[in-house]
Design a protein around this ligand. Sequence first.
Ligand SMILES: *[C@@H]1O[C@H](CO)[C@@H](O)[C@H](O)[C@H]1NC(C)=O
Ligand SMILES: *[C@@H]1O[C@H](CO)[C@@H](O)[C@H](O)[C@H]1NC(C)=O
Ligand SMILES: *[C@@H]1O[C@H](CO)[C@@H](O)[C@H](O)[C@H]1NC(C)=O
Ligand SMILES: *[C@@H]1O[C@H](CO)[C@@H](O)[C@H](O)[C@H]1NC(C)=O
Length: 487
Amino acid sequence: MLQNHRYQKQVTEMINGISRIKWWKYRYVLFVALVVNVFVINRFFFDQSISDLNPFGSPTTDENLESTTPSTPEKTSNGAKTPVVAAEKTKETMTLNLHDYDFNGKYVGWPLERVCKETKWTPGLVYVCDNNSGGIGNIRNFILTCVRYAIESGSSGLIIPRIQRRSEEDHANLFTTGMQPLSYFFDEAHFRGAMADNCPQMTIFDTINDVPNHQNITKMEEFYPKDLNNPDGCDERGYNRHLDHFRVRFDKWLVSTRRTPSEAKPVSVRFRWATFFEWPIYRDGPEFAATFGDLLRINPDIENIARAVLREFSKFAGVEPKDSKLDVPYLGVHLRTESDALGFWPDFSVQSEGYLKEAESRKLKHAYLACGNATDGHRFGEIAHERLGINTTSKLDLLKDQELQALTDLTWDQQALVDYLVLSKSTHFTGCSFSSFTMNIAFKRHTMTDGLHTRQWKSPGDEFTTLVGRFDNWFGDWMFMYECMWP
Ligand SMILES: *[C@@H]1O[C@H](CO)[C@@H](O)[C@H](O)[C@H]1NC(C)=O
Ligand SMILES: *[C@@H]1O[C@H](CO)[C@@H](O)[C@H](O)[C@H]1NC(C)=O
Ligand SMILES: *[C@@H]1O[C@H](CO)[C@@H](O)[C@H](O)[C@H]1NC(C)=O
Ligand SMILES: *[C@@H]1O[C@H](CO)[C@@H](O)[C@H](O)[C@H]1NC(C)=O
């Protein structure tokens, strides 16, 4: 698919548009932009006999996540629970919990509310956040980056974000199949509710035609925030060191280009493709960094399928599933060796050795595997079984009948969300350091380390996750995935 000249040309043109330097400097970007998150899950055949009840004990790492001390604003504290251990640190209930079927935890909106209150709002300014592409890791960051810029710009309107669907036949073709609603991946009601409750200064419109006086709208397409930067010795590819000047420059630029928005004459802003992984999340403080991404939760119907997978996985591992308690120790594996993986990414043996090392040291005897390469998936399962007696399975093997039908009715990218959720609940999660899909799961789980006070992720991992493989040269000086991905 990379040989496909059409896409290469298309992306080359975009990259040339993005900066004035030669596109070959971004050859890796070109490749990766096409393939990030490309994976599909294949069938595995393992006997699903039920062995003794959970002989492996329960993980102890996440027992205390619900404890809280009421030292932060009332809104976020559940106040009532007694800390299990003497907790000097506050661990807010917003965090994920590995022992239930809830993929989100409590929504904490006050950091967003605070940022929205600090903002000076401009009537008639509207952001359009739809020029995204790819899988969950990229789409999620694009929308969040766009909404964050919209807030910074004082945009009093937002068109409900949409998602560009990629082709089912050709997964490298990210652009041609048209726009899907936000609910294609996400919980739209939650997004609207959380925005209305915490950022009511920004009105959400269904379409651009719902903006008052839309007949008079001035459309700015292909906006690129870094174009407003003062290079100050660097070029515009550089790290966005001037976010503190962004609003000032943005307002000046609107005036100087005769685009001052007003209710009578609105102005809409749409990003150039691939404006993402460029807002350093810790700039807004740890509370905002830990919670902003929770605006985008996975679609509840897809969550239900993931719950069904977890229940079946529990049986597979010999633990009779309980209604609300998830009590099955397993290794989550995202093996990323599809044929589009790049030469400098960790290969099968580096990845599988890394994953098995974690399974062994943590004494995990069952693995949930997400992998688009059937041959390598089997290979991993066999090695894991031979060497460590680990039984491996995947979602398509676990589900039956209507539940399987519900899964296979989804598109390829939607099916990947089921893995995203199931892996997020694993006792220990392992994946390839180059995948934004993997990183996003890792960072979400990382919030379990200290709730709202969580410190920045440090590779290769924490008590919940291990990323395998070095991450040294990927996006050069364009994207900063580890700094700029909200959990
Ligand atoms: C793995 O599966 C095999 C074959 O079904 C079974 O005999 C064995 O007990 C299973 N091992 C574990 C750890 O569940
Ligand atoms: C659009 O602008 C024109 C003149 O600039 C004005 O006459 C008209 O009333 C405006 N329409 C709306 C819907 O605001
Ligand atoms: C997305 O951005 C690209 C590159 O800037 C542009 O060519 C394209 O028209 C945009 N697509 C949409 C739907 O706005
Ligand atoms: C599976 O991975 C191997 C290398 O690990 C690669 O040679 C092969 O092309 C891949 N197959 C698919 C279908 O991605």
